[in-house]
Structure formats: C-alpha cells, structure tokens
Design a protein around this ligand. Structure first.
Ligand SMILES: Nc1ncnc2c1ncn2[C@@H]1O[C@H](COP(=O)(O)OP(=O)(O)OP(=O)(O)O)[C@@H](O)[C@H]1O
Ligand SMILES: [Mg+2]
Length: 298
C-alpha cells in the first residue's frame, strides 16, 4: 500500500479536488483505494458519499484499534473498491498545534493495522486529504505517508507557501518518518491563457525544478459539476472532464514513480532512495498500480 498525503498550508487551493481526482484515477485503473478525510470540514467525505458510520476518524485518532477503525470505515458511493475513513466536525478538537508524538502516530498505527490485516482485498493506495494548517492532523498524515503531494494555485504566494510546506515535510522526514518523500508540487486551477499564471509556474519551476509536476490541473467547471454530483471525474462526460481525468492519471503515475525513483530534494534534483528502514512495500506488489507507473511514466 502506498500512502500519499495531499496538503497545502493554504485553504481552498484544491487539496480535496486533487485527493478525489487521484482516487478516481486509481479506481479507473482497478486499484483498490482508501481515502482518509482528515479535514473537519468533511468535503471529501461529502463527495464520496458513504453510508453513515458508527465512528469517525476522530475516534480512530483517539483509539487506533481494529474495532474502531472498522466502525469508521465505509465503502464510498463511487464504488465498493474505494473506501473512506470518514471525517467529522469534532476532528477540529484534535488539531492542536503542538501535539505529542504518541498521539501524532495514531493514524500511522491505524493504517499499519489495515496493511497488516486487510479487511478484504488489500488497498493499493491510501490517500490522506489534509486540512489547511500544519497542526496535529496534517502532521499525523505526514507521519503516516510514503509521499507528500503539495497543491498550489499559480499565484504570487505560491513559492513561499510551497517552501514552508516543503520545510515541514523535511522536518517530519528527518525527525519522525524517514520513508517520507516529496511526490511533487502540483499546480491547480491553471488558466492556460493567463500570462500571470504562466509567469507564476515559471517562478515555481525556477525555485523547485523537477519537483514541479509537468502537468497542471486546468481550471474547469467540470470539476465542480462532478463534485456536486458526487461522481468521479473519470465518469463525468464532458471534454473538460476527460482532459482533467488524463491529467490525474499522470499525477497518480508520478506519485508512484516518486515511490520508486528516490527522494526529491528541496532544490528539485533527485538523490537515490535511502535504504529501507524496515520492510517497505513497493508498487511491484500491486499489479494495477505497477502497470500504470511503468506504462505512463516509462
Ligand atoms: N481545477 C479546478 N477547476 C475548477 N474548480 C476547482 C478546481 N479545483 C478546485 N476547484 C473548486 O474550488 C473549491 C475549493 O477546492 P477544494 O475544496 O478542492 O480545495 P481545498 O484545498 O481542499 O480546500 P480546503 O482548504 O477548504 O480543504 C471547490 O469548490 C472546488 O470544486
Ligand atoms: Mg479540502
């Protein structure tokens, strides 16, 4: 199981949209996936439309035991192959700014439990949708993740925002989670005809080099329509949706490649992956995702 945290320290830039787009791409590939909705706003949970559960991620983060995890998990309305660890408003109470390490590790424990004893067919991918802050919830996600995907809009604060987030990733990697890699910086809501947007993307590339994903997500009404209809973008029938679906296929492939190719450095160059600290899974154990990583990225 590859675990990717989708984050940005700024609100409303498209974290949930990207988390759902990646989930949609995984489903299209036939990969069983899990979305953990760490945002008290619960936007991912609302769009994935699972049935009511007896517990939520709040309970799991307090008590990461099997029985509680089972109660907080539900199949999404999209497909039985996509499950949700559901959010609730009271997650906000757990979002303390300086949490202790033991509590911060509870999400990783819960995911380890699902990895060790899958409920059904094992998940190939776990996607962690983070809230827009660097409190306990986002830190818990970074402790549990193999890779972190930064989402940004092409605005004048994009570089400084991405820098802060990359520093946070680096700090968690050195102090707590040596497995963690930056999967990349993904630009969302790109308007191709906007000179300003092109300029900002250029600025990001000059600062972060290859860390900036080669394809940006365009600004398209289809995204909002598909979300409003609780439908995966790959199933939304419009030319705009198809273009975005293809972009998410590439984003998924790039995330998986970051798992295989080694750790990205903050300056955008790559270095060889450090030796695995414990037994680390790779996509090679998961046929649907391995094929995608090899075919689309080469
Ligand atoms: N590429 C896009 N094209 C059009 N609309 C978009 C795009 N990306 C996001 N949106 C819309 O922008 C709004 C905010 O997006 P989203 O909820 O994904 O951001 P977020 O970073 O998760 O927000 P928050 O910080 O509140 O969790 C949503 O209404 C979403 O539908
Ligand atoms: Mg969100």
């Amino acid at each position: 199981m590859h675990t990717v945290a989708v984050l940005s320290l700024k609100g409303g830039v498209g974290k949930t949209t990207v988390a759902l787009g990646i989930a949609s791409a995984a489903l299209r590939r036939g990969a069983r996936a899990l979305v953990a909705d760490l945002d008290p706003q619960g936007n991912a949970t609302a769009t994935l439309d699972p049935p009511m559960t007896e517990a939520t991620l709040t309970d799991v983060l307090e008590t990461p035991r099997r029985a509680v995890i089972e109660q907080a998990l539900a199949p999404s309305g999209w497909s039985d192959e996509l499950d949700v660890l559901v959010s609730s408003e009271d997650l906000e109470q757990l979002n303390e700014p300086a949490p202790d390490n033991r509590r911060m590790n509870n999400l990783a424990r819960a995911l380890d439990e699902l990895r060790a004893k899958p409920r059904d067919r094992p998940y190939e991918l776990a996607i962690l949708d983070c809230p827009p802050s660097l409190g306990r919830l986002t830190r818990s996600a970074l402790l549990a993740a193999d890779s972190a995907l930064l989402v940004t809009e092409p605005t004048m604060y994009a570089v400084s925002g991405a820098e802060r987030a990359l520093e946070a990733i680096e700090a968690i990697r050195t102090e707590h989670n040596p497995r963690l890699r930056a999967a990349g910086v993904l630009v969302n809501r790109m308007r191709t005809r906007s000179y300003e947007h092109q300029y900002r993307i250029q600025e990001l590339r000059e600062t972060f080099g290859r860390l900036v994903m080669p394809t940006a997500i365009p600004d398209r009404l289809a995204i909002q329509q598909a979300q409003g209809a609780c439908t995966p973008i790959h199933e939304w029938k419009s030319p705009g949706a198809q273009e975005i679906a293809l972009t998410f296929n590439m984003v998924l492939a790039k995330i998986l490649r970051s798992n295989r190719a080694g750790r990205h450095r903050l300056d955008g160059t790559e270095q060889a992956a450090p030796p695995a600290p414990t037994e680390v899974e790779t996509t090679s154990q998961f046929p649907a995702l391995r094929e995608l990583a090899e075919r689309e990225i080469g």
